[in-house]
Design a binder for this molecule. Structure first.
Ligand code: ADP
Ligand code: MG
Length: 312
């Protein structure tokens, strides 16, 4: 049985005359990492604001764990960890003290809150800053603290609004690995917004693409990108021979040599499966050794750009 942890129905938000989110129908299955991808101003934060009950929709519904967010907000939020785009923390508190305090607000005892705060500071890589004042943290460190805060109540669902936007590449890698770990090992469903395509393609199982307030694609990442992979590099022992043979195929749009032993190949996306069937046969017939076969580029990026009308 597939159960959706988040479901929205024609979710719509107008700021005065300006439409920020229009008829969005999200489907987020339990246990997945769902990447909510869109350029700046697309409507990601507005959508998330409505998911967590901070913003009232102009029209439409949000159900989390099958419950209406506006009727059961407190009950739902007990099971949700939320990291806002600009995390807020009490500036005068010390880092560990702040997390402990948040744990107490989540209903943990003093001892539990302290233990959990220590554990999470280690988990997000802030252990050595435990005694620093929150106001002295850099933007990236504050984002790590926000991530820890989102985790303090052991949530079943994490909603993270651009959690890596202020992080350097190493910290970004670390936090994304933690998100994957939480999903795989603890079954935490994660909804993460981002405008960074490679990041979404690395961390997500499901993807939703939003542009100008509308959801323009949604689904399992493998299904979504299956139709996007149309360029390959093939390295073989005799590239000229392979080029001659591939030229005669009608599904091959372009085939040129690349480097010492490479062949660069563009296929007609609607008949691309023919390549998978025929290439091994060709290699055997021509007695060619295969050194490498790999797609070129990030298929999610191709999908994203095509959906946004940037090319094709
Ligand atoms: N409080 C607001 N008042 C008016 N317009 C807003 C407000 N917040 C966001 N917007 C507008 O709504 C659109 C979507 O914004 P937002 O949801 O923040 O996008 P994203 O998070 O994808 O960058 C943008 O055009 C933005 O300017
Ligand atoms: Mg935003």
């Amino acid at each position: 049985m597939t159960e959706n942890v988040i479901e929205t129905e024609n979710l719509t938000k107008f700021y005065g005359e300006r439409c920020a989110v229009y008829r969005v129908n999200l489907r987020v299955p339990r246990g997945v990492v769902y990447g909510f991808l869109g350029p700046n101003g697309a409507g990601k934060s507005t959508t998330i604001g409505m998911l967590v009950g901070c913003l009232r929709p102009t029209y439409g519904k949000v159900r989390i764990f099958g419950l209406d967010v506006f009727r059961h907000r407190t009950k739902i939020m007990e099971r949700v960890g939320y990291l806002p785009e600009k995390p807020v923390a009490y500036r005068n508190m010390r880092v560990e003290e702040f997390l402990e305090y948040m744990g107490r607000l989540e209903g943990l005892s003093r001892g539990e809150a302290r233990e959990k705060a220590r554990e999470l500071l280690g988990f997000v890589g802030l252990g050595r800053l435990a005694m620093k004042k929150v106001e002295t943290l850099s933007a990236g460190e504050r984002q790590r603290l926000g991530f820890a805060q989102a985790l303090i109540g052991d949530p079943e669902l994490l909603i993270l609004d651009e959690p890596t936007s202020n992080l350097d590449p190493v910290a970004r890698f670390e936090i994304l690995s933690k998100i994957r770990w939480l999903a795989s090992k603890k079954g935490v469903t994660t909804f993460i917004s981002s405008h960074v395509i490679p990041e979404v393609s690395r961390v997500s199982d499901y993807v939703g693409i939003i542009n100008n307030g509308s959801l323009i694609a949604q689904g399992h990442i493998t299904d979504l990108v299956a139709q996007e992979e149309d360029e390959y590099i093939v390295r073989v022992s005799d590239p000229k021979r392979l080029i001659d043979r591939l030229r005669e195929r009608d599904y091959v749009l372009e085939v040129v040599s690349e480097g010492k032993d490479g062949v660069r190949l563009k296929v007609d996306i609607n008949n691309a499966h023919n390549l998978w069937i025929e290439l091994p046969e060709l290699l055997v017939e021509e007695r060619l050794a295969l050194y490498e076969f790999k797609p070129i580029g990030d298929p999610l990026e191709k999908l994203f750009l095509r959906k946004l009308g940037v090319f094709q």
